[in-house]
Design a protein around this ligand. Structure first.
Ligand code: ADP
Ligand code: ZN
Length: 748
């Protein structure tokens, strides 16, 4: 997000980075400013680029990082510079990470400080706690002594923070108990707390690269040898590991991880969603005899801090994480792996809008290490990069052990019609009967959370819409709520229609996974049915538990959204039914076909991964669509060739460049005025097309009115320069926000 008052200028690069020890030092702060600010080095301090420092900014103190360049205050006289207050004795931000921050800022047109904020780690990671003073509850405390007058409610909360007798730092105690540091001190004075040294962080078990691997097939061995060689040579190279599901991609990159560990180097593995993590972690531990460190948004603050520091001190050797793991402070990185590289969730859509896969490639090149992009359905971008010789493509053509790919049958919903108010076609019902009857497992895929995507008044046709967004409210029957999937707005189902005031007139339209579960429970009352969706399973543990139950065959029929499509390996699962194959194909999404193909291919890949052959029934109204025919024929490459032709002829990515501008404002007029001003200033350059402004498909989101431009350029055009120049010429009011989305994946 770029505030409209912020200039889009990125600091100009200096040929020679500012040497350390000079009287003037540039400090980048984690704020959306145009660049680093200069500060004065106080006597006796010699901060070097990468050091964390605390400096005065206006009335407050703020922690940032010494940067190698300055811009905004270059003209400021020496004596007017403010001095650095603290140089932290923490892990410094290494040069490759600083360059990554600059790179992402320039590429995404974000203020460098906004990118820095993602790279600075948890705020409490700066000061080591081990061996320092902390507090423990006094051992002879008469607990719980309600009559003890020294025990106010606040003090009791502090004591409750201690799980056992373990010592905790004062700041953490105060934070967890929601009190001031003064309370902690007073409690120590009153003898309720005693001072203790904080325990050292427990050592992390080191993954063992010497444990035996399975015997590789020739293809697997060849692929592994290429990656291992690049790891050993410490050479930047992007390797696209392209192999059908079950072909051993994970085994192959595990081998490369072993090579990095053998060389004493760290490894970063990016997975698209933490939901995938549980099985991955189990497999990793089986192979390496020790767990990998996990990095994701669900970590508790202490864990977060621990992982951050362990990575920075070289104690955590393998880290697996979501997008933000990209910024971890590895001291000696030897390999990066991006698994399921085609997955759109690598694109961060809020704040700094960036693609973690692409930026991981940048980090690999800055660190001079190889990066493996693994997928059974690589993105067109990566395949074209391989064709152009920028990436090296390694192919694993066969499933391990000769397991067959599942047979995919298209169910033509125009002929094979479900009953009224039902969503499963007779042929799929029949297949489910057979599968469940044979004691095997089945899965139904529908990428729609909730009970019904639309709720309609039968009397007057009124539809329940979100008050903040251009979107229908989705009924979630488990929760008894109507929910907006865009802003989270939740409401009770009204008894009376707000339009015609008829009573109990609302009817659900269309299926969500909950409604599908209801239909299946009626059909198969004895089957053990479970629903898997991001709102019914909160957190990685809940997902892991359900996955384990499916693997233990405690579930017969699994009904889920895309969170179950990925990665999981269910040996007894022999039937996959896709309820609405056409769902992702509508709308103006550039990658609608590609993404639908990838997702359905991945779903299909869940069937028959072990000895038992699997089959897939795919319900569609459009069995002639190239996506459907390609899925049925297992002909990914023909589909991709068609898709590539289509994009080439329209000069769309990866054959041209694309960026979106999203203008949003609290009222429609402001949004329109800014859009009009931008339209007047739009560039007229060769090889540059500006489309729009147009109301965004989500014309109102969270109460803000949205207008969109799309900028399409030839591949040779520096699209960032075009955007920068364009935006610099337009002034807007502070209520208006302009988001820049380079390489957009969302067109809403
Ligand atoms: P992918 O990552 O391509 O989906 P995996 O690495 O998960 O494939 O392999 C699929 C299954 O086959 C896994 O259970 C894996 O352990 C097994 N497997 C793959 N290659 C071999 C091999 N060479 N020997 C024994 N088992 C293998
Ligand atoms: Zn909403």
């Amino acid at each position: 997000m770029v505030g409209s008052s912020t200039s889009f200028a990125v600091p100009k690069a200096q040929q020679n980075p500012n040497p350390s020890g000079g009287p003037r030092v540039a400090v980048l702060l984690p704020l959306p400013l145009a660049g680093a600010y200069d500060y004065r080095t106080p006597e006796g301090l010699t901060p070097a680029p990468g050091d964390f420092v605390t400096v005065p900014l206006g009335q407050r103190m703020m922690t940032g990082v010494v940067w190698d360049r300055s811009c905004s205050s270059e003209d400021l006289a020496e004596e007017r510079l403010k001095p650095i207050a603290i140089v932290h004795d923490a892990i410094a931000m290494r040069e490759p990470v600083r360059r990554l921050v600059d790179w992402i800022a320039a590429y995404t047109l974000s203020p460098p400080g906004a990118v820095l904020r993602m790279a600075m780690g948890p705020s409490d990671a700066l000061d080591p706690e081990e061996g320092r003073a902390g507090f423990a509850a006094a051992p002879d405390l008469p607990l719980p002594d309600v009559k003890d007058r020294r025990l106010t409610a606040t003090r009791r909360r502090v004591l409750d923070v201690f799980g056992g007798t373990e010592a905790l730092p004062a700041a953490l105690l105060a934070q967890e108990a929601g009190c001031t540091a003064g309370v902690i001190r007073a409690m120590a004075d009153a003898g309720l707390l005693v001072e203790r040294r904080l325990p050292a962080r427990p050592p992390r078990p080191v993954p063992d690269w010497r444990l035996p691997f399975p015997r590789f097939s020739d293809d697997q061995a060849d692929a592994a040898a290429v990656i291992v060689e690049a790891v050993r040579a410490r050479r930047y190279e992007t390797i696209l590991l392209d192999g059908v599901t079950g072909s051993g991609k994970t085994e192959v990159y595990f081998k490369a991880i072993a090579a990095a560990l053998e060389a004493g180097r760290q490894v970063l593995v990016l997975l698209p969603e933490i939901a995938l993590g549980a099985q991955w972690h189990r497999r990793f531990e089986q192979q390496f005899g020790a767990p990998a460190a996990a990095w994701h948004s669900d970590l508790r603050p202490a864990e977060r801090r621990g992982v951050w520091r362990d990575v920075g001190e070289g104690r955590a050797m393998v880290v697996v994480g979501a997008r933000s793991a990209l910024f971890l402070p590895f001291t000696d990185l030897g390999l990066i792996v991006v698994d399921e590289e085609h997955d759109a969730s690598f694109k961060q859509e809020e704040g700094v809008i960036y693609h973690a896969r692409d930026m991981a490639v940048v980090r690999a090149s800055l660190e001079a290490v190889p990066i493996v992009l693994a997928s059974a359905t690589p993105s067109l971008e990566s395949l074209v990069n391989a064709e152009r010789g920028r990436y090296r493509r390694l192919v694993l053509p066969a499933r391990h052990g000769g397991a067959e790919l599942p047979k995919v049958t298209l169910v033509d919903l125009r002929d094979d019609k479900p009953e009224r108010q039902r969503f499963v076609a007779p042929s799929l019902v029949e297949a489910l009967k057979q599968t469940l009857g044979a004691g095997e497992q089945a899965m139904l895929f529908l990428n729609r959370r909730g009970y019904a995507p639309l709720t309609l008044c039968r009397t007057c046709g009124h539809r329940m819409q979100c008050p903040n967004c251009t979107a229908w409210l989705v009924e979630h029957r488990f929760m008894g709520r109507l929910i907006c999937h865009h802003c989270g707005h939740a409401a009770r189902m009204p008894d009376i229609c707000p339009a015609c005031e008829d009573k109990h007139s609302f009817a659900p339209c269309g299926p969500g996974v909950e409604r599908l579960a209801e239909e299946m429970t009626e059909r198969f009352p004895d089957a053990r049915i479970a629903v898997m969706a991001s709102d019914t399973l909160i957190g990685p543990q809940a997902v892991a538990d359900l996955v384990a139950r499916v693997q233990e065959h405690e579930i017969d029929l699994l009904i889920g959204t895309q969170i179950m499509a990925k990665g999981h390996h269910f040996p007894m699962l022999t039937l996959v039914g896709v309820i609405d194959g056409d769902l992702g194909l509508g709308g103006g999404d550039l990658r609608a076909g590609e993404r639908t193909f990838q997702m359905l291919h991945q779903v299909a890949g869940r069937a028959g991964r072990a000895e038992r052959p699997g089959r897939v029934l795919l319900q569609t109204f459009d069995p002639g669509h190239p996506v459907m025919t390609a899925l049925a024929a297992h002909d990914r490459d023909r589909f991709l060739a068609l898709e590539a032709d289509e994009r080439r002829s329209r000069r769309m990515p990866p054959f041209g460049r694309l960026a979106a501008l999203i203008i949003s404002a609290p009222d429609a007029d402001q949004a329109d005025q800014t859009a009009a001003a931008l339209a007047r200033a739009a560039p007229h350059l060769k090889g540059v097309d500006v489309l729009g402004p147009a109301p965004a498909p989500l014309a109102v989101l969270r109460g803000r009115h949205r207008r969109r431009f799309l900028v399409k350029t030839d591949r040779q055009v520096n699209i960032q320069a075009v955007l920068r120049q364009w935006l610099a010429g337009v002034r807007t009011s502070t209520a208006v926000r302009i988001q820049v989305d380079v390489d957009p994946y969302s067109f809403l």
